[in-house]
Design a protein. Sequence first.
Length: 620
Amino acid sequence: MSNNKEKLFTEFTAPTTQEWLDKIEVDLKGADFQKRLVWRTNEGFNVQPFYRREDLKDLKAVDSLPGDFPFVRGNKKDNNLWFVRQDICVDDAKSANAKALDILNKGVDSLGFKISGKDVSAEFVATLLEGILPQYVELNFKTCQRHCVELAEILVDYFKQKGYPLADLKGSINFDPIGKILCKGKDTSALCAEVAPRLIEALKELPGYKCINVNSVQLNNAGAYIYQELGYALAWGAEYLNLLTEAGIDATEAAKRIKFNMGVSDNYFMEIAKFRAARMLWAQIVKQYEPKCDCACQMHVCAYTSEYNQTLFDSYVNLLRSQTETMSAAIANVDSIVVTPFDKPYETPTEFAERIARNQQLLLKEEAHFDKLVDVSGGSYTIEHLTDAIAQEGWKLFLAVEEAGGFLAEALKGNIANAVNASNDKRHADAAKRKEFILGTNQFPNFTETSEGKQPCSAACCCAASAHEEGSLPTLNTARMASEFEALRLATEKAQKQPIAFMLTIGNLAMRQARAQFSCNFLAAAGYKVIDNLGFKTVEEGVDAALEAKADIVVICSSDDEYAEYAIPAFKYLDGRALYIVAGAPACSEDLKAAGIENFIHVRSNQLETLKEYNAKLGI
């Protein structure tokens, strides 16, 4: 049998890279290889259409093993277990406790409690945790920064009174004054040196509790590019390491107390690579502090699926987004995952939405067995390349922040918030031009959907943060990428009459159908009712049909060559009785403009601005 196999394989000669390229050139039939197949990422590097073993020969981390320094392949050696986490905003301790006990029986093994600072007390905590066994459940707490030490002391006392095995308990307290600077614009930097050492001291009997948090999920939800979240998260963590060691905390203890709460966007392979690169680079950073053990170099990550790309309209598409994001995080071997419910953009998540969010993780565990595979992406030539490439870009940003004085100094100058907000602005602009697609919003919107009273929610903190806590420093802009399109569509819904856009299709069959489909998608993004047609023999017939349908907009859809014949007669026959649009950018555009035709839509149009302009012309 082995001889047959050997003979079989020797009959095939492995093609060289050049032979693959030659074949691709033939298949492209003269098209530009770089433009057609090479992807230029937002992170500043190119991704090739295929990779081979030879592309990885210079990568140092490829031969590392799971559970070994620098942990690019994960912290665990024999499984990929992660905590299924759900966060609970605690308004009432008893009801929050009932909810926690309920969801613990539905697959959750990690709880996140968000508690108002005014509620932090021994009685409140005892009521909240009644019946919850912390040796089996990861417990995470978020409260006012100034109440973190008090909460830590209460938890230690509570666990002692209950006789729980302190050394086995796992969880976290989310202390992150730098995150407050970015979100609230308030200088809370004094809390770093004032509170952090006391907090670590308060938790000394709970070695499994993290308490110094890097909440780079805030950057993700503000539209940061992947390399920005990576580079800034590393600089953020390094800032805390510096502050803690300067305060006299042992480097090993300091590193073990740091936790990263990171976002995960829908860029599937890049997000897998981001988490792998993050572990690798963080391990190198911590190593410079000469910790007593390599385990202190491990990065512990809770991944949150993004809110930035979620939408109010066609909201069930959010399930597709969060599912691929959850898969990226799971494949990348993170420690815990929070799936954002699909309805969060417009309401407090319902019980149904929260159940679906939990089940998205349980499907990956119980049916796809993702928890059984250690670094399944390791060895993939593409993933290994992306890991190295994103690590290089993230490292450049990390070094730039360090050279500028460190993350805290940059945050206080407003440079971090301003840089991320610039990326957010760029992404909004790209979405407006459909360079970034938002499925169901600027691409393939649901033609018949209405909001049914849904309104976008603001990103509110459930710990009752008051307006006076806002500061004067620049803050992160958390406007979702779809927010401007949603505002446009909601404005259209409030109009006295829903605008009707009628496709006057004529001439070349293939071109008129393609342009009608494009125009329907383009205009439906504003909430217009679109009427497509099979075709008309004359422009007069088409205009008459449009007026009979009470159209507010008439879009002529034909081929570039035929616009010279049809566009002006149709415009003149319509005679201003509806808004007239030409679908495309034909060579005769200047002649059409000279005849008075003003409106053209095509792939280079700024969709958002164009639709705003049409709404204005329609009196909306």
